[in-house]
Design a protein. Structure first.
Lengths: 357, 1065
């Protein structure tokens, strides 16, 4: 006696969080049943495998029907088809949009295109995240990207509003969108030590200090881009390394301030000029899309790696960057103080975040 | 021209993309009522159009208002081709037609398409201006309130309960009317939906007219059903109980706004005499002398049981052309030898039916066959017996009867569809009465004269009436009717509970009368209804009687079967449980008469077996009474299925049930004996376990107080026999259950062995779960407010190899058990909880397919209090009664229909919700979690019960009665049959909720899915489903809020309960 049709519909939609997670993780019904069996649900509830199968299928069907609504969370709140308490709705959305950081790390800076989607099975193999789950996460990124692409105002706020995500998750999505937009290179071997969290933090600092939305929410340009005018202005900072006098003065100011305060004083003094050149030039190159891609590569190659080989401690780096940023105030010939500080705020934050093994 | 209907189309949202090129839609709306249609402007290029239309006004008759649904169609404008329909919304405007219900319908409705399902939503506002009309010839019945609830609705008081109203209308089914069978699915489905909507409107209006004629103002327990008779047509029929209800806040009886046409009144059944004392049946009235003998005619006395046909109770007053009736005495020894006779009579019958028995003036629809089977066996089981009228109660009883009789005599059918009654209404309960009849369907030739169908039902009702009489009862309560159709064969069934009622409630509900009655009441309230209503010496069937274990004055049967809910005042020991009997019988495929004959031949055996199973399972649980009994017999192509559900309880007034005794046929065989004793042990263990599980610990009563059982001539049957200690045979058997009467199962072949095995396969629900099919679970009275209503549907394919009755039975049994198991698993997070009102429906859609649909509600309760409450159940119930009285001093009448709500949730318990129950706490907490944004969707609760735990219903907004068809031609793409039906049922729930919310309500009570007809054709990738649901839209307020409101209103604001969100629309 086989059951052709077997359904259960509650006035309040029943949602089993465990099964939801199994579904999100991309398990088939059979796999989910096997996992639930291993989880010991049979012993606890004293039931049969057939019941478990029927229950799992029911939940999967519900989730499949809900998926359409999850693509536009505000609709989930307005729809009449499923009666779900608000807290459960929030849970559904949050879990659906949650992503594996290892997966997101792989995808950072890649174009969210069909081509990338075709390569997902490679990423799946590398990260151990199931292909179905990868696809869902990729589609989520793409959907969020498309939705906020043209919008004004702070990216994270827009995402939070359109997708009803909790603020931290919305900020992570904003970072993903920002990376997809700017196409920073993150895949190089020397960048492998950086986590998704590192990049997300950097992106958040960039959005906070550099983008249009950060300065004037009503601005004309979408938030995903760093404004061209700002990047153009960054070229002005080159004077700090191009002008020999300024460079020397800058060095002496920093050295005076740091003498006796950091353990790697000698190394710092010896390397000041290349370091300063690297720090300033990273910004100067940002006007060209090709060079933008190298932003993180440059920072690692020209700042982090030299410091690391000289055994700077993070505290040393923090102290150095603090004084390095502050010193130009005392340079009478330097007229781009505000621009410099806005630029260095991000560079400092990024470097400090990235300075680990 | 007494009404003006006004409609405004506000906006749409989430419309589907109709123009692939632009990914947008150019939507406009057609609003149609009767023959008038209005259109909105086209709102171009939007999926969220804002029409903000003017008020469309329809000036219509109130008759039209009652019959017609408002039809709203959303379309996509197309310049070059025909406009595409997006979907429709049908709005029943009936709730706007009575003064106390809703005043406006306003809200978001799902736009529904029979092919695509829900496609976006539309915001509509509907109002009605009614002008008073004094035209006495009018055909409308505006103002009569309808309730699905089968008890007096919570915020009303019953002034008079008038009685049975019924009506049916017939029509051709549009599905079968397409020329050349070219059927466009959408057109056909919409035609059917519209037609059924029209027909139910008409039906309701006609019933309303009957109610006005009876001078009532409401119909309670309204049950409307559809019979899809295929090519022979479509029948919509309804039954209900006419009442005069009075809103609890006002004192004067509410009279319908429109006067009834007095001209048509043939008699005034109940004069509203201001002095009710003249009617009083007190022993002092002169009426005393006119002793009215109610003993049933001699022909059906016990002694004549050898002759089955003697029991024929064909009423002399209605000499309708009926075939000979076949009665069956299940427990009579003549059963087996009867069967040839049975067959013969059937053959005779079908022979005679070929003759033009019915005179030529009768409609061309020839009643080809009418075989009825009565369920005497249920009566037998209900153990009525002698005894009754104890010496003291005698004259009073007779008087009571006489008076009630006179009140009821004027009615054609003294039936009541109610299952719960005001205290004191139910005097005695006789037992279950039921009747079935097999009919051959023929095309309905003249839809305006539904005489044939009317005659069929009239026949069955007569039978029910006469059965009730045989039980010494003048009324039938908990009455319901149903059909099962397969091809051209139709089984009509009716069942109810024979009862003796208190005449006061039927005539005049004034306060004095009621109080007086309560004083006069001879039997104590806790057990009175158990006392037998019939004559001890002229028992209609064999049974043994004892003196009531509660009052010890009157006689009670050993078991009691009823179709009603457990009376509030009943004293119950322990908890109740769901008991089901399941049965399949194969039958040969046959055509027309031959088919009908074979079905009617099978029916008696099925009834008998179902009954046996129920009895055995009841004993196995150590219980002695069944409530809410519903036996459904379903007919298919090649089999019949029987499913009986009831709630078993232990009534303190009835004797302790004996155990089950197994007796082997071949006592010489050693291993066989061993096997038997092994089984016996298992059975005994099960009984002991069940007694513990359901907390059945009746107080031990000294033998002398109870008195010895009345000696009875022993009845023996092939399968079971009743036995009492006075019998000589007792000594032969090891009566392991003390001296109590034991039930003997004789195992004479493998079939019987199977039966015993199947008895033991019923697994009790997992710990923390209880289940019942009645409104309330006896023994649990501390519900917490969390409820979950659900519908589960399963369709299983029976393998067609080696189909035998045994394998079928086993398969069917497994199917039901597995379904229950899966429900328990699904709802495990709600433990401790009780599944209430578990309602199974079986259908046989195709040859080897069995479809089971279950609707029920899971309600959580507080376990700690339950345990305490059960320690002294008897004490409790008395206490309970007294607190009830105190609580309701403002309604000393107790006719106030609130016994249920007040009883399961006494205020003290409700208050404890705030802290004591972790579940309630959790509930509150999770509700208080701030939602991400302001949700605009209001929560609508649904329940098949007539109440909401922990809440008070403050207003009834009107009846919800909806019929939907859904069809697909892309079954696989929609997730197969499961995906298709899952989505459809979710859509039906959504549409019900939307309509309730638009009426301003926050819950549906007495919700029922009356029909779920599912058909599939996987080869063509097609499926179709029809669903019919109904219920009462209400507004409820949480009890916790009610208490808090007057004390400190500020806390209400901070109270994070759901109700804030619930109430707002």
């Amino acid at each position: 006696m086989t059951s052709d049709l077997d359904i259960f519909v509650g006035n309040t939609t029943l949602i089993d969080e465990e099964v939801y997670q199994l579904w999100l993780d991309g398990h088939s019904v059979a796999e989910a049943v096997a996992r639930r069996l291993r989880g010991g649900v049979l012993e606890r509830a004293g039931t049969s495998v057939a019941v478990l199968q029927s229950d799992t299928r029911d939940h999967y069907r519900t989730f499949q029907m809900l998926e359409r609504l999850l693509h536009a969370p505000p609709r989930l709140l307005q729809q009449l088809l499923f009666q779900i308490p608000p807290s459960r709705q929030a849970m559904l959305v949050q879990r659906y949009y949650a992503f594996e950081e290892s997966f997101a790390r792989e995808l950072l800076g890649k174009k969210l295109s069909k081509g990338t989607k075709k390569d997902l099975d490679e990423i799946s193999a590398r990260t151990g995240v199931s292909i179905k789950s990868c696809r869902r996460q990729f589609d989520n990124f793409k959907r969020v990207f498309k939705a906020v692409e043209e919008l004004r105002g702070p990216l994270a706020d827009n995402i939070q509003q359109l997708f009803l995500l909790p603020p931290p998750l919305a900020r992570d999505y904003a970072a993903v969108v920002f990376f997809a937009n700017s196409r920073f290179e993150t895949g190089k071997r020397r960048l492998q030590f950086l986590t998704f969290g590192d990049f997300a933090a950097c992106a958040q600092h960039m959005m906070l200090h550099w983008t249009q939305g950060a300065l004037a929410p009503e601005a004309a340009e979408p938030d995903g881009d760093v404004p061209k005018s700002f990047l153009q202005d960054l070229k002005e900072l080159k004077v700090l390394v191009a002008d020999k006098d300024l460079l020397d003065l800058h060095k002496s100011l920093v050295c005076t301030a740091l003498r006796g305060k950091i353990s790697v004083y000698n190394e710092m003094e010896a390397n000041f000029k290349p370091l300063s050149r690297a720090l300033v030039n990273v910004g100067g190159k940002l006007t060209h899309a090709r060079d933008v891609r190298d932003f993180f590569v440059d920072l690692v190659e020209k700042v982090i790696e030299p410091c690391r080989s000289d055994k700077w401690s993070p505290a040393d780096l923090r102290l150095f960057l603090g004084h390095y940023t502050a010193a130009p105030r005392a340079l009478p010939a330097f007229r781009h103080q505000a621009l410099w500080e806005r630029y260095m705020a991000v560079i400092t934050a990024c470097l400090l975040r990235m300075y680990h093994d | 021209m007494p009404g003006k209907l006004k409609v405004k189309i506000v906006a749409g949202r989430h419309l589907p993309v109709m123009d692939r090129a632009s990914d947008l839609t150019d939507a406009f709306v057609e609003v149609k009522f009767g023959n008038t249609t209005f259109k909105t402007d086209v709102y171009p290029k939007s999926l969220n159009p804002q029409w903000n239309s003017e008020w469309f006004k329809f000036e219509v008759d109130d008759e039209e208002l009652q019959d017609e649904p408002l039809q709203i169609t959303v379309l996509d404008h197309d310049t070059y081709s025909a406009n595409d329909a997006i979907g429709k919304v049908y709005i029943d405007i009936d709730p706007l037609l009575y003064s106390e219900a809703a005043t406006v319908i306003s809200g978001w409705f799902p736009i529904y398409d029979t092919i695509h399902g829900i496609r976006g939503e539309i915001n509509v506002v509907v109002k009605v201006d009614l002008f008073n009309d004094l035209n006495r010839f009018r055909q409308s019945s505006c103002g009569v309130k309808f309730f699905c609830t089968t008890s007096i609705p919570k915020c009303y008081r019953a002034v008079i309960i008038h009685g049975f109203v019924e009506e049916l209308v017939v029509n051709e089914d549009p599905e079968y009317q397409w020329i050349d069978r070219i059927r466009t699915p959408r057109a056909s489905n919409e035609a059917r939906q519209r037609l059924i909507s029209l027909m139910s409107g008409e039906l309701q209006r006609k019933i309303g007219l009957k109610v006005l004629e009876m001078r009532g103002n409401a119909v309670v327990g309204y049950l409307q059903c559809f019979d899809l008779e295929g090519e022979s047509g479509l029948v919509v029929r309804a039954i209900g109980t006419a009442c005069t209800l009075d809103k609890l806040s006002n004192t004067s009886a509410f009279l319908p706004a429109c006067n009834s046409p007095s001209k048509e009144m043939k008699e005034i059944p109940f004069n509203e005499d201001p002095n009710p004392n003249t009617h009083s049946s007190g022993p002092s009235t002169p009426l005393k002398n006119q002793t009215y003998s109610f003993s049933p005619s001699k022909s059906y006395s016990r002694q004549s049981s050898s002759s089955d046909t003697d029991l024929s109770l064909t009423p002399k007053t209605a000499p309708s052309p009926q075939g000979p009736r076949i009665f069956l005495f299940p427990s009579s020894p003549t059963l087996s030898c009867d069967s040839p006779h049975l067959k013969k009579s059937c053959l005779l019958l079908s022979g005679s039916s070929l003759n033009p028995l019915h005179s030529s003036h009768v409609s061309p629809v020839v009643l080809r066959k009418s075989v009825s089977f009565t369920e005497e066996l249920l009566l037998a089981a209900s153990g009525m017996g002698s005894g009754s009228a104890g010496k003291e109660g005698g004259p009073f009883k007779t008087l009571l009867r006489q008076q009630t009789q006179s009140a009821l005599e004027q009615r054609e059918f003294p039936f009541f569809t109610l299952t719960t009654f005001p205290p004191g209404f139910l005097v005695h309960v006789g037992g279950v009465v039921s009747a079935r009849s097999v009919k051959l369907l023929d095309r309905i030739h003249n839809p305006d004269e539904p005489e044939t169908r009317d005659a069929w039902w009239a026949e069955i009702r007569q039978e029910i009436k006469s059965h009730a009489k045989a039980l010494g009862c003048h009324a039938v309560v908990g009455y319901s009717e149903s059909t099962s159709i397969c091809e051209e064969v139709c089984i009509l069934s009716a069942s109810g509970t024979a009862a003796v009622l208190n005449p006061r409630f039927l005539q005049d509900g004034t306060m004095e009368g009621c109080l007086e009655q309560r004083i006069e009441e001879a039997s104590p309230p806790g057990c009175g209804f158990c006392h037998i209503p019939y004559d001890e010496l002229n028992m209609p069937f064999p049974a043994h009687l004892t003196y009531c274990y509660n009052c010890r004055k009157q006689k009670v049967p050993d078991v009691l079967f009823t179709t009603i809910d457990l009376p509030v005042e009943a004293i119950v020991i322990g908890k109740g449980c769901l008991i089901q009997a399941r049965l399949c019988r194969l039958k040969k495929k046959a055509q027309a008469e031959a088919n009908a004959t074979s079905i009617s031949n099978l029916l008696p055996f099925m009834e008998y077996e179902v009954h046996t199973q129920l009895m055995n399972k009841l004993k196995l649980r150590g219980m002695n009474a069944l409530f809410g009994l519903r036996i459904q017999i379903t007919v298919g192509e090649n089999m019949l299925m029987g499913l009986a559900s009831a709630t078993g309880v232990y009534l303190a007034a009835l004797p302790t049930p004996g155990g089950i005794q197994i007796a082997g046929k071949t006592p010489n065989d050693g291993t066989y004996e061993q096997h038997i004793s092994h089984m016996q042990k298992k059975i005994n263990d099960t009984i002991a376990k069940n007694k513990e599980l359901y907390e059945i610990n009746p107080p031990e009563l000294p033998e002398e107080i109870i008195g010895s059982p009345i000696p009875e001539p022993r009845q023996r049957s092939r399968l079971l026999r009743s036995q009492s200690e006075s019998s000589d045979e007792v000594t032969e058997l090891d009566l392991s259950h003390g001296k109590k009467d034991a039930f003997v199962l004789e195992i004479d072949d493998t079939d019987a062995m199977e039966d015993v095995h199947s008895l033991l396969t019923d697994v009790p629900p997992p710990s923390g779960f209880y289940s019942c099919n009645t409104e309330i679970m006896p023994g649990i009275n501390n519900w917490t407010p969390e409820i979950q209503m659900f519908t589960a549907v399963r369709v299983s394919r029976l393998s067609n190899i080696n189909l035998t009755n045994q394998t079928l039975n086993k398969n069917f049994n497994d199917l039901c058990e597995n379904l229950l198991k899966s429900l328990y698993f699904k709802l495990r997070s709600m433990v401790p909880c009780c599944l209430c009102h578990v309602n199974f429906t079986v259908a046989l859609p195709e040859d080897e397919l069995v479809q089971i649909a279950v609707t029920a509600v899971a309600i959580t309760f507080d376990k700690n209090q339950a345990l305490q409450a059960n320690k002294a159940p008897t004490e409790k119930s008395q206490q309970r009664a007294s607190t009830d009285n105190e609580d309701q001093l403002q309604f000393p009448l107790e006719l106030c229909s609130d016994p249920l709500a007040s009883q399961p949730f006494p205020p003290a318990k409700a208050a404890s919700l705030d802290k004591a129950s972790p579940l309630a706490e959790g509930y509150l907490r999770h509700r208080s979690v701030p939602s991400c944004t302001n949700s605009t969707v209001s929560v609508v609760k649904m329940t098949p019960l007539s109440f909401l735990p922990g809440a008070k219903i403050t207003k009834y907004l009107g009846i919800i009665n909806m019929f939907f068809i859904r069809e697909t031609t892309s079954l696989r793409e929609e997730g197969g049959v499961s995906g298709f039906l899952h989505a459809f049922i979710a859509e039906v729930f959504a549409m019900v909720r939307a309509h309730v919310a638009a009426l301003g309500g926050n819950a549906v009570v007495s919700y029922i899915m009356k029909q779920c007809v599912f058909m599939e054709n996987p080869n063509k990738n097609q499926a179709q489903c029809l669903i019919n649901v109904s219920g009462d839209a209400v507004i409820f307020v949480r009890e916790s809020e009610l208490e808090m409101l007057p004390v400190q209103p500020s806390t209400v604001v901070s109270q994070p309960t759901s109700s804030g969100g619930d109430v707002t629309t």
